[in-house]
Design a protein around this ligand. Structure first.
Ligand SMILES: Nc1nc2c(c(=O)[nH]1)N[C@H]1C(S)=C(S)[C@@H](COP(=O)(O)OP(=O)(O)OC[C@H]3O[C@@H](n4cnc5c(N)ncnc54)[C@H](O)[C@@H]3O)O[C@H]1N2
Ligand code: MOO
Length: 419
């Protein structure tokens, strides 16, 4: 049995970053930048107004309240080049290009209208407040200057990144290719089709839909998904189909423990696989197996209990995917325990947990009731995994523990994702 930290290290060193591919911006959500992206343009592209109001030329000096101006023109968002001549003001809308020669905007609420044309346009106004040079002007390139870093390499692309890249007019992005994963559920008790009634002793396959949901969300692509009975020959054939489908990650569930039908290690060895480790000093998920096939594919034998499968995915497979995607190594959050905990020394525990705020808004982590690995209901109350170190046999309220968000990509929200 290997320590969790050593096991994870074995997994991380076995992974290599994947090559880049070019995708459209519409396809870029949930991908990772393969190279830094520098802005090809100034954003905003031109000096423009932050307010609906009147644009003026201050000539670098404050203009006092009370001054009166003729209004010479009107500039709305979308209007093109205009040159302001003379002393006058221009009516201007938010986002409109500043006419050349003008540098400051006074909001419409801060003027007194003195005269209007027949069509309602203001033709003369008085300042009801002073105007500072450059006020309410948004300068070209003030958000992102041409040539400046828009996104670093190894950066997860979420909705905010899509907004930025769309604003820069980038139609395509170079991203890391998605790791290709095969999902092989083992167990003759499993029924995939919810329309098929269960026979005595059968259960629904809940882990396969879970993995099929998480893998694409985590940045991967599923190239094969099968359920095989407890037959080594059938598992071996499914493994071959996985390799033929180009799988770089093979995730199996079940059949890695001590039972008579726990054939995964033998089949992997028969196929020339190297078992890197089998059994980790952790709970749940102790029987976890990690192997490398001659094709280079990495095999994760996830233990069958659904929560063990989820822990194996989150704490081993997702970190592996991060290396393949070129993301930086994850750093656990350190959060104080909300209460005392007793445990047996020797095993690291990954506990269903949730973050909470006390009356003074201090953050702590609370372990949920129902930690057994067959209990899936508490997972829907959980927001994080809390890791209790192997060596300790008790922890006190307030002791900081490692905490992982349920999804690795959710760590983006704490700003930990950029190199
Ligand atoms: N004598 C021992 N027995 C067990 C040990 C042990 O050390 N000694 N370890 C236990 C632990 S820990 C776990 S975890 C399980 C892991 O067993 P396997 O990986 O071999 O998984 P199975 O036996 O095939 O299944 C375990 C359990 O999970 C259910 N299952 C399996 N696949 C699915 C699925 N896709 N969806 C929903 N549920 C699934 C399966 O029906 C079993 O109930 O072994 C312990 N035993
Ligand atoms: O992984 Mo096992 O769940 O520790 O029951």
């Amino acid at each position: 049995m290997i320590a969790f930290e050593d096991a994870l290290e074995h997994v991380l060193v076995a992974c290599t970053p994947l090559p880049a591919e070019r995708v459209t911006l519409a396809e870029a959500l949930g991908r990772v930048t393969a190279a830094e992206i520098r802005s090809p343009v100034d954003l905003p592209a031109f000096d423009n107004s932050a307010m609906d109001g009147f644009a003026l030329c201050t000539q670098g000096r404050r203009i006092d309240a009370g001054r009166e101006f003729d209004v010479h023109g009107e500039q709305a968002a979308g209007d093109g080049l205009q040159r302001a001549a003379g002393e006058g003001a221009w009516s201007i809308m938010t986002g409109a290009r500043l006419p050349d020669g003008l540098d400051a905007i006074i909001p419409v609420e801060q003027v007194e209208v003195l005269d209007r044309a027949d069509d309602g346009r203001v033709t003369r106004m008085r300042l009801a407040a002073a105007v500072e040079p450059g006020q309410h002007r948004r300068r070209a390139g003030e958000d992102v200057a041409c040539g400046a870093l828009a996104l670093p390499a190894g950066h997860w692309i979420g909705a905010n990144e899509v907004m930025l890249l769309a604003g820069l007019g980038l139609a395509q992005v170079d991203v890391a290719r998605r790791p290709r994963a095969a999902l092989l559920s083992t167990g003759r008790e499993l029924v995939d089709d919810p329309a098929v009634p269960l026979q005595p002793g059968q259960i629904r396959n809940s882990s396969s839909p879970f993995l099929a949901t998480r893998i694409p969300a985590a940045g991967g692509e599923i190239v094969l998904r099968e359920t095989v009975p407890d037959e080594p020959a059938q598992f071996s054939a499914a493994l071959e189909r996985a390799i033929d489908a180009g799988a770089e990650l093979v995730l199996s569930t079940g059949a890695v423990s001590m039972g008579r039908f726990d054939f995964i290690p033998d089949v992997l060895r028969e196929r020339g696989g190297e078992i890197v480790f089998h059994k980790v000093a952790m709970r749940p998920g102790k029987p976890l197996l990690f192997a490398r096939l001659p094709s280079g594919a990495l095999c994760f034998g996830l233990p069958g209990n659904p929560v063990s499968t989820a822990v194996g995915l989150r704490l081993f497979v997702e970190p592996a995917m991060r290396v393949m995607l070129g993301l930086p190594r994850e750093q656990a959050w350190r959060i104080p325990l909300a209460h005392d905990v007793g445990k047996k020394a020797g095993f690291r525990l990954h506990q269903k947990a949730r973050l909470k705020l006390d009356a003074r808004a201090a953050l702590s982590v609370e372990l949920l009731a129902g930690q057994e690995s067959f209990r899936t209901r508490p997972l829907v109350e959980s927001t994080v995994w809390a890791a209790l170190p192997a060596e300790v046999d008790a922890l006190r309220a307030g002791d900081p523990v490692d905490v992982f968000p349920l999804a690795h990509e959710a760590g983006v929200m704490l700003g930990a994702q950029s190199k």
